[in-house]
Design a protein around this ligand. Sequence first.
Ligand code: ZN
Length: 269
Amino acid sequence: MNYMKCQHCTEYSALKSEYLTFCDHCGKKFPVIYKDWLAHHPDGNLDAFGLENGISGEEYAALERRKERKAHFTPRKKATLAFGIICFVAVLGLSFLYGPYLMAFFREPRVSPTLLHADQWRTFKGHLIRIQTPLSLRPESPDDRPNMRKKAFQAGGRAEGIVIRMEESVFLAQASVVLEEAAQLTAREMETRPGVSRFSYTSRELQVDGQPALLQQGTYVLQETSPVAFQSLVFVKGGSQVQLLVTHSADDPAGKQAADKIMTSIHMN
Ligand SMILES: [Zn+2]
């Protein structure tokens, strides 16, 4: 069956019989009706008339399907889709603009090669030892306990990619501190800090200006995500002990270079 399109309301009416004269929807008369057409087409039939002046059943079905899909696509759905597209474009734009910054933010901090330049290095003098350092160590408020005075100095952080820390303890009730015990305790302290896991190290004895010291070199993982390398040197004298601790990202060659340079710069006062 074919369908006739109304010129007034644009709706289609089924060409059910040769008598179709008025639109099924608005009641207006069709401009061409079969009887008039047949007068000029003596060999014609209803099907030929329908195809010439209207559309086929298949075309009509396709139009109906399209109409139905449009009806399902409500303004609410349109708004949701538009919002989705806007969000997608915004995220895409932001990642183009801030991508490098975000990558730098999530990447492990690294030591800048300029930090290794010798003219930036200075001497830091503690109670027992002095070192060469690329960053100024600042004192933290003293952590005094009964029978112990503890002073800490620290430099660096996330921005620098390296942390340099000197911790001096004076045991007021002890005439002497055993180097091995002191080194084990400082390692244990590092291992039990919050967020530290997979802590491992090797230890070796070395001499600082002829005096024995213990150097611990190892790695741990911070907050399950950041591999950290550390070098910790422990030195004792009488009832005093000092720990020099340098930490940096485990896979940062510049950090390792800086740490090695600090560690080999140690001298007794
Ligand atoms: Zn109509």
